[in-house]
Ligand binder design. Structure first.
Ligand code: GBH
Length: 463
């Protein structure tokens, strides 16, 4: 039996744009994802989040589902343009009322709310007015929005996450341009990343100064990282893997835990990487009460100095030419429907790498999961492959705990099938199946399995 610590937080996660729908109801302003979805060719099948899982109108049902599964915690995000429709200024009471009701329902059912303030649905107004995350004023706008949320919900919300996956926002939104706002550039990701860190730092500062004492909650950031394994034993490949991890997660975690960007980034990027003022770093250093981590997959890393391979740029954990890293996967690794490799030992190695680099912080896996082409048959979804995935990754988490990693909890991605960004509804990450026409919720076998894991605080492992 793989037993987990008694107070281990077992949760499920979603995000606002991916599940809520009601994109223009009750005073909500448009987000950059509302707009991005309208541009032909950006999202598979022309899918949009207009209706999504219609969670906005199905709160009671969805919380009842969580209760049935026995979730201890539910991680969701707040839509900034639902709270402040134009990004700055007037607050929308109906938006506040929606999240207030959700939070109350969760607490009535003994489910701890974990609230992300930014999961990519930036108010479109701020894209027009200040060039989104490139703008000098964006971090203040974010901090003001965060302040509104702390004040409205902080009496009941004790776990705050400022920003979800700054890497994705910067690289996919401003580098590869496959996510909103769709900019393609080699330089802009570093500016966007810088402003994301400043936004996080300013929001945390407000929380700590105005609210933390009385509200007694904690606040942190969630970053994402895939593991990078050296392709060979050569020194060059070992250094390449280390460099790739630094360009991926140390980009955002080093400023928070060490007070500056990693040396490898500073020396390779020169002036293309903004530098922090003393004032900024004072806000950013030690600004996370826990280490939020989203983890999905693993790749081999090889040194590519002077020989970048065609096609290796996308998905290279950043911009290849800046890192001199080529990535690859082992042809024997099983893939999910996203074509991401299933490599549980990579998760264990990553957790141990983070523990060593950042002095054993309390780590929460705030997302881990997989897409498979699930089929509904006779009212059931037999997703044995997803159960095997979770067993593998939870076994890795368990092993990391045995080795001294300070793990606080684990949230599966996702509670339900939802709008998978540029992949639309084709890619299903849920432990709950959403029937296309009716939007009925049908717990998959993995949901029933997860409910048992939570109930027992662990699972019988075949590994
Ligand atoms: C998360 O991002 C998001 O937070 C969530 O909203 C989303 O639904 C979920 O994951 C599933 O996608 O790009 O081929 O190089 C995931 C971040 C970054 C994980 C890139 C996989 C490598 C594969 N991803 N990564 S590739």
């Amino acid at each position: 039996m793989k037993k987990f610590p008694k107070d281990f937080v077992w949760g499920g996660a979603t995000s606002s744009y991916q599940i809520e729908g009601a994109w223009n109801e009750d005073g909500k302003g448009p987000s950059i994802w509302d707009v991005f979805c309208m541009i032909p060719g950006k999202v598979a099948n022309g899918d949009t989040g207009n209706i999504a899982c219609d969670h906005y109108h199905r709160l009671e049902e969805d919380v009842a589902l969580m209760k049935k599964l026995g979730l201890k915690a539910y991680r969701f995000s707040i839509s900034w343009p639902r709270i402040i429709p134009a990004g700055r200024g007037k607050v929308n009471d109906k938006g506040l009322a929606f999240y207030s009701k959700l939070i109350d329902l969760l607490l009535e059912n003994d489910i701890e709310p974990w609230v992300t303030l930014y999961h990519w649905d930036l108010p479109a107004a701020l894209e027009f007015e200040m060039d989104g995350w490139l703008g000098e004023e964006i971090s203040d706008a974010f901090a003001k929005y965060a302040d509104v949320c702390f004040e409205a919900f902080g009496d009941r919300v004790k776990n705050w996450i400022t920003i979800n996956e700054a890497w994705v926002v910067a690289i996919l939104g401003y580098g590869h341009g496959v996510f909103a706002p769709g900019k393609k550039s080699n330089d802009l990701p570093y500016l966007a990343g810088h402003n994301l860190l400043k936004a996080h730092g300013k929001a945390v500062d407000i929380y700590r100064k105005k609210y933390q004492k009385s509200q007694k909650g904690r606040i942190g950031i969630t970053n994402n990282c895939d593991w990078r394994e050296p392709l060979t034993n050569s020194q060059a490949d070992k250094e390449a893997a280390e460099r790739a991890l630094e360009f991926f997660i140390a980009w955002f975690a080093d400023p928070i835990y060490k007070g500056d960007y990693p040396e490898s980034m500073k020396s390779r990027l020169g002036k293309r990487l903004p530098s922090f003022t003393n004032e900024e770093i004072a806000l950013i250093k030690d600004s996370s009460d826990f280490f939020g981590l989203n983890h999905y997959t693993t790749m081999y890393a090889a040194d590519s100095t002077g020989k970048i391979e065609e096609g290796s740029v996308y998905g290279n954990g950043g911009l290849s030419e800046d890192q001199d890293v080529n990535l690859s996967v082992d042809p024997n690794w099983k893939l999910t429907d996203m074509q991401w490799a299933i490599v549980p030992w990579g998760c264990q190695k990553l957790l141990e790498w983070l523990a060593a680099r950042y002095d054993n912080p309390e780590i929460y896996i705030t997302e881990n999961g997989c897409a498979f082409d699930d089929i509904l048959k006779d009212g059931k979804v037999e997703d044995a492959d997803r159960i095997a995935f979770f067993e593998g990754y939870l076994t890795a988490v368990h092993a990391a705990i045995q080795n001294g990693v300070n793990m606080g909890g684990y949230f599966i991605w996702s509670l339900m099938d939802n709008f998978e960004w540029a992949s639309g509804y084709d890619k299903k990450f849920g432990i709950t199946y959403i029937e296309k026409e009716t939007l009925n919720r049908i717990p998959k076998d993995s949901a029933l399995w997860y409910a048992e894991v939570i109930r027992k605080g662990g699972f019988e492992s075949k590994m």
